[in-house]
Design a protein around this ligand. Structure first.
Ligand SMILES: Nc1nc2c(ncn2[C@@H]2O[C@H](COP(=O)(O)OP(=O)(O)OP(=O)(O)O)[C@@H](O)[C@H]2O)c(=O)[nH]1
Length: 308
């Protein structure tokens, strides 16, 4: 049987009205009491978290009492958020969620059977309860991300780095998986600043950060370690593989076309590469990567050095 798509837009202010007047006629003729009690239960459960993943899991679970669905997917491309719950179904109901001019994302509910009109009305009432917590979760996520991000390059900042390093070292030890670190430092960056100005230096930092990010898998993590230094954490990556990745980053930056006033400015980086030993902690790992980086600089720059 062919699937169907039913699309709707849910606006925050409309939803607010809906919450203020929950006994809408079209819903009342169905099962007003039970729907209202499901909604109240949902509202109180949604107050327990500011995490979008958790909110949608609660919504998915509570929605089943009002209208069985097989899958829920949420996507908010501008904030790079995508959450999938359950199995896919051939029929779907889509909702574009907004608050005034703020876009809150797209919600798609799927199941094997077609959605009835009365079911859509129940779903819409419950989505109304989801919008306030969803807006708060997006604000919380945004605040959290800015607190952990370097404003200039969009990479993780030192706070994020310290937290992640500790977590990844613990995970690597628990699962007995390799963990590698790359310390990357731009060569002769002071000259670039002195010759072309601080703003061009900032541009170069952004270009290098982007080149590092695009040389990696999504799960690898990039942090701004200092002024013109970056740290990359490579989960489940052996020493040999880390060396290969380091070399790829070096080449990608070496071949960057970085221009100031239509003049080509050569950019290169030196890299120190280290893999976690079983008896060391995160700062030991970084220290060995730093020593290797120092060696790469001493050996003439624009190269990778592997820690012992
Ligand atoms: N434009 C810009 N420059 C920065 C920033 N943070 C640090 N720097 C500069 O980065 C330069 C680092 O210089 P050095 O540590 O001497 O290193 P280098 O010139 O890259 O030399 P080597 O690392 O030995 O190749 C300094 O001039 C800092 O002022 C920043 O956010 N923006």
């Amino acid at each position: 049987m062919a699937g169907s798509v039913q699309s709707n837009t849910i606006d925050f202010d409309t939803a607010r009205l809906q919450i203020a007047q929950p006994r809408r006629r079209r819903v009342q003729s169905q099962t007003p009491r039970s729907l209202e009690s499901i909604r109240q239960q949902l509202v109180s459960m949604l107050q327990t978290s500011l995490e979008m993943e958790r909110l949608l899991a609660i919504f998915f679970q509570e929605l089943q009492h009002a209208c069985p669905i097989d899958a829920l997917s949420y996507q908010n491309a501008p904030v790079e958020l995508r959450i999938e719950l359950g199995q896919r179904g051939s029929h779907s109901a889509s909702y574009r969620l907004t608050h005034e001019s703020q876009y809150l994302g797209e919600l798609v509910l799927r199941r094997q059977q077609r959605f009835e009109e009365a079911e859509l009305a129940r779903i819409e009432t419950l989505i109304g309860a989801l919008l306030f917590p969803m807006r708060n979760a997006l604000m919380y996520r945004d605040a959290l991300r800015s607190a952990l991000r370097d404003g200039l390059t969009g990479t993780g900042n030192r706070v994020a780095m310290d937290k992640t390093l500790e977590r990844e070292v613990a995970m690597a030890k628990r699962h007995q998986q390799p963990l590698s670190a790359l310390l990357i430092d731009i060569d002769h960056f002071k000259n670039l600043n002195d010759q072309w100005g601080h703003q061009s230096g900032d541009e170069a930092l952004r270009s290098v950060a982007n080149a590092i990010k695009s040389s990696l898998r999504n799960i690898d993590m990039v942090f701004r370690y200092g002024g013109e230094e970056f740290l990359v954490l490579l989960t489940n990556t052996s020493r040999q593989d880390a060396l290969m990745i380091a070399e790829r980053i070096r080449q990608n930056i070496d071949s960057l076309q970085f221009r100031v006033n239509s003049q080509n400015i050569p950019l290169s980086v030196s890299l120190g590469c280290a893999s976690l030993h079983s008896d060391e902690n995160g700062s030991d790992l970084i220290q060995r990567a730093d020593q290797a980086l120092y060696q790469a600089k001493r050996n003439g720059r624009n190269q990778v050095s592997l820690a012992v």
